[in-house]
Design a protein around this ligand. Structure first.
Ligand code: 76R
Length: 285
């Protein structure tokens, strides 16, 4: 196999940011309707307040412009009725969100049908090569302490520069499309045994297609190797849901997706501002 250099690690460098939790709930309409109106009202008020506390990094009262870190979506189809997406700084913070939600009365009507745990990931195929070459040019051998220090310093610079993308707020867009995916590790094609330079070329081409949709879609790629059942989570946010279909369709023809991508289930939802939860529970979107 011809790689950029046999001395280089095959793994692209990555930058990690916020931890992500996606939750997909089915709502028990029958049990909900069985409750008296005053009780329902109280449950709504309590749930709305709890979700508003989770929504922004700082409580809304003190800072209405604080970044959105939890967003609610009304989900289409049988896979669920409500989607919650949470962006946090740690797994503990995400776990706390789960516990906080479980304390609400509304939670008794929610059946968690699916969830996904991941971490925002920026793959650095382009700069990995330069970073590895620079470390080699300094005479460092891969994985020695000097090499590791050189790579760590480069990643730290990248992390500082990329902070807004690594720790994003939940985009304000009207629609969410989420799905998990893998790169194939089959007998015929195996992404993980493809030489680095070829993977870099394919990822470059992927980025070129993606960038053409840059104005109409906000994509957040999260890595989930070691955290959940697939290798990546793909979040797409847009104000026009047809854009999801067009972008994903076009990517299917691109080599990295056509040959190496495997997809999980797709989930689609309409943004539900938290103050509209009460209306939603009465059947109004
Ligand atoms: O982040 C960047 O802008 C750099 C270029 C880039 C990387 C490294 C990029 C751009 N992506 C990257 C990584 Mn992507 N992406 C997907 C999917 O449905 C499919 O066929 C694939 C699902 C979509 C729709 C999409 C959109 N991307 C990745 C990775 C990690 C792979 C790895 O490291 O091996 C995956 C799994 C993945 C999948 N990508 C973009 C987009 C869009 C819209 C862009 C342009 C973003 C912009 O410029 O604003």
């Amino acid at each position: 196999m011809s790689d950029i250099s046999p001395a280089f690690p095959p793994v692209p460098l990555t930058l990690e940011g916020s931890f992500l939790l996606h939750q997909f709930f089915r709502f028990d309409w029958k049990a909900w309707r069985a409750r008296a109106a005053p009780e329902r009202k109280k449950i709504v008020a309590d749930a709305t307040a709890a979700l508003q506390r989770l929504e922004r990094a700082n409580p809304k009262e003190t800072n209405p412009d604080a970044p959105i870190q939890t967003a609610l979506f009304s989900q289409l189809g049988h896979k669920g009725d409500l989607i919650l997406v949470h962006f946090r700084d740690s797994l503990e913070a995400l776990n706390q969100v789960e516990l906080d939600l479980a304390q609400t009365k509304l939670y008794d009507f929610l059946d968690l049908r699916h969830s996904y745990v991941s971490i925002v990931e920026l793959g650095l195929y382009e700069s990995s090569r330069k970073t590895y070459e620079a470390a080699t040019a300094k005479g460092f051998e891969a994985h020695t302490p000097e090499w590791n220090a050189e790579i760590a310093a480069s990643l730290q610079r990248g992390s500082d520069a990329m902070a807004p993308r690594l720790f994003p707020t939940v985009p304000e867009a009207k629609y969410l499309c989420f799905y998990p995916m893998d790169r194939k590790r089959g007998e015929q094609v195996n992404w993980y045994s493809v030489p680095f330079a070829d993977r870099q070329r394919m990822m470059h081409e992927h980025g070129l297609i993606g960038r053409r949709y840059g104005d109409v879609v906000k994509q957040i790629i999260s890595g989930s190797i070691g955290m959940d059942d697939w290798e990546w989570g793909v979040d797409l946010f847009a104000d026009d849901p047809v854009v999801f279909k067009k972008l994903i369709y076009e990517m299917r023809f691109d080599e990295v997706s056509a040959v190496y991508a495997l997809f999980g289930q797709f989930f689609i939802g309409v943004r539900l501002p938290i103050e509209k939860l009460g209306g939603w529970l009465e059947g109004k979107l």
